[in-house]
Design a protein around this ligand. Structure first.
Ligand code: PLP
Length: 441
């Protein structure tokens, strides 16, 4: 296969997503194929995929079972109208998700990404309160360093300033403090301190009043913000406060869903039941764009039981590609693999190797903190006073040369290797990252 080397013209015609395009033009990072746990550049340079793409391909690249399912679906039904019409795989997938999800999250709205899932969930929360006759409950509470995608609802509730500051007016949203505490630095797994941080909700409610608040939305652990894990009791406390004040709790499980923490969902890990759960990414092993919003029976029934004729639409929301047949086929094949006996145990075993390997980097130059949970972790670097975010991007570029694709965001290097890694792959990834850190210093 001839390698494609873009010329300057094609560089500027493709405006890359969430990328420093000017830097990319100087130092393009291109991959042209992938297999298993590796990416390959057009020149044949092999790279470990240390983040499962963007947290989305835990079952590895070129997964034959998923490819076969998509092919079969393509020959059978390539597209079905999403409104007023549906198809069998959509129901099969919704049933499966409802069965896998914790508690009574039995009703599934499909969309095409984590961002769409976030905005769908926020709209659903408002629609629910309106259907209950409480339209004033319309504001949201998110958390500092939270990430819920890039649409207007998601950036409003999200807590990453850089993703909001150039876009002007957002939705009414308030933010809990993030759960990173200096005393928890270098914790292995769940940090000890920080349950009390949930009580910050009370301070917000004191000013805003629960009667105005629709929902609290958080990730069980902040993934894109740098794998920031709350202490064991934090989410339980948040749940209890939401219950006391009649506020919905939404978990954004776009990263934590489907095994990343060693349990099927983050809600299972923390044993906390949300009212709404969003997911995407690993739902299709990243192979087809798809997101989903799982709602409790209480919410579904409330919207279904609104007064009015049967021909009226209960929740006027959805996308041309909601429950796209090819995405449904990819999701069904992925979830079948994720449900194979032993798969999650394997993740839990690999997580022990991962924990040991990532924490061995403690003491290397610039390493300010290391965190891990399940098969996810981050190395937090000290900030350069003049150019705060420079180190992470440059160390990631060095890792690329050493054959490891490493995601950086803010002052963190983040890791979420595929579940199909061998223990020695994980050790090798961190050996190379350690070299990059030492070389950079
Ligand atoms: N929510 C969370 C927790 C995420 O991590 C992400 C993406 O990383 C999103 C939402 C947005 O997903 P997408 O990029 O598919 O829109």
């Amino acid at each position: 296969m001839a390698a494609f080397h873009p010329n300057r013209q094609s560089f500027s015609s493709h405006w890359l997503a969430f990328t420093s395009n000017r830097r990319f033009h100087q130092q393009p990072k291109m991959v042209s194929h992938a297999e298993g746990i590796y990416y390959y550049t057009p020149d044949g340079h092999q790279l470990y995929d240390s983040l499962s793409g963007l947290w989305c391909t835990p079952l590895g690249h070129g997964n034959k079972g998923i490819a076969a399912a998509i092919n079969t679906q393509m020959g059978q039904l390539d597209y079905a109208p999403a409104f007023n019409v549906s198809h069998p795989q959509a129901f099969e997938l919704a049933d499966k998700l409802a069965e896998m999800a914790p508690g009574a999250l039995n009703h599934v709205l499909f969309c095409n990404s984590g961002s769409e899932a976030a905005d769908t969930a926020l709209k659903l929360a408002r629609a629910y309160w309106r259907a209950k006759g409480r339209p004033e409950k319309s504001k949201f509470i998110g958390r500092s360093k939270g990430y819920h995608g890039v649409n207007f609802g998601g950036i409003s509730v999200g807590g990453i300033g850089g993703n909001r500051k150039i876009y002007g007016q957002t939705l009414d949203a308030y933010h809990l403090p993030h759960t990173w505490l200096p005393e928890n630095r270098f914790s292995k797994g769940l940090p000890e301190q920080g349950e009390h941080l949930a009580d910050a909700l009370l301070a917000i409610l004191e000013v805003q009043d629960p009667s105005n608040i629709a929902a609290v939305m958080v990730e069980p652990m902040a993934g894109s913000g740098g794998v920031i894990i709350p202490s064991a009791g934090y989410l339980k406390r948040l749940r209890a406060l939401c219950d006391q004040h009649d506020i919905l709790l939404i978990f954004d499980e776009v990263i934590t869903g489907f095994g990343r923490m060693g349990t099927m969902f983050g809600a299972d890990y923390f044993d906390v039941q949300p009212d709404i759960l969003t997911c995407a990414k690993a739902l299709t092993n990243g192979v087809m764009p798809m997101g989903a919003v799982l709602a409790s029976s209480e919410i579904y029934d409330c919207l279904m039981n609104q007064p009015g004729d049967d021909y009226l639409i209960e929740f006027p929301h959805g996308y041309t590609y909601s429950a796209h047949p090819l995405a449904c086929a990819a999701a069904l094949a992925s979830l079948n693999q994720l449900q194979q006996p032993g798969l999650l145990n394997n993740v839990a075993d690999l997580a022990k190797v991962f924990e040991q390997a990532i924490h061995e980097l403690k003491g290397l130059p610039l390493v300010e903190d290391i965190r891990n949970i399940g098969l996810a972790g981050a190395i937090q670097l000290t900030m350069d006073a003049k150019q705060p975010l420079r180190h992470a991007s440059e160390i990631s570029a060095l890792c690329w040369k050493k054959g490891v694709y490493v995601r950086f965001g803010g002052n963190n290097l983040s890791f979420a290797p595929p579940f199909v890694c061998e223990p020695e792959d994980i050790r090798e990834i961190f050996a190379r990252v350690a070299e990059a850190l030492s070389d950079y210093a």
